[in-house]
Design a protein around this ligand. Structure first.
Ligand SMILES: [Cu+2]
Length: 133
């Protein structure tokens, strides 16, 4: 009985911390999802050293593509790399300079939560969440 009580007491603060984090954060803007067809699945634009979409949701084991635009000055390169939950780059895409756009093709991923991030600017404004279900 004593053991059970202690276990519950230890759990309560952790639950409170999670709830507080959830309440404090606003939902990230989702990347534009293109309508079905043969074009790219998503569109992401970088401007002012920030992505315009910070959330992408994709089905498991399904390849996808992102039409990426860099609307910053030509001297400011950006890219989109994918990192796994251990923060390792698992899909590394080349940077493009400002004023250009590219279609990045990504291979399918197992279900999980990943990050997509600019390798030049790994800051919150250029770090999104890729949810694979
Ligand atoms: Cu960047």
């Amino acid at each position: 009985m004593l053991r059970t009580t202690l276990g519950l007491a230890a759990l309560v603060p952790a639950v409170l911390v999670v709830a507080a984090c959830g309440a404090a954060s606003t939902p990230a803007p989702a990347a534009t999802r293109a309508p079905g067809g043969s074009g790219p699945d998503f569109t992401v634009t970088a401007k002012g050293i920030a992505y315009d979409g910070l959330a992408i949701q994709m089905e498991a084991d399904k390849g996808f593509s992102i039409h990426f635009r860099n609307d910053d000055p030509s001297t400011v390169p950006h890219d989109i790399d994918i990192r796994d939950s251990g923060d390792r780059i698992i899909q590394d895409k080349p940077t493009i300079e400002g004023g250009r756009d590219v279609i990045y093709d990504f291979t399918g991923l197992p279900a999980g939560t990943y990050k997509f991030e600019c390798s030049i600017h790994p800051i919150p404004a250029m770090t999104g969440t890729l949810t694979v279900k």
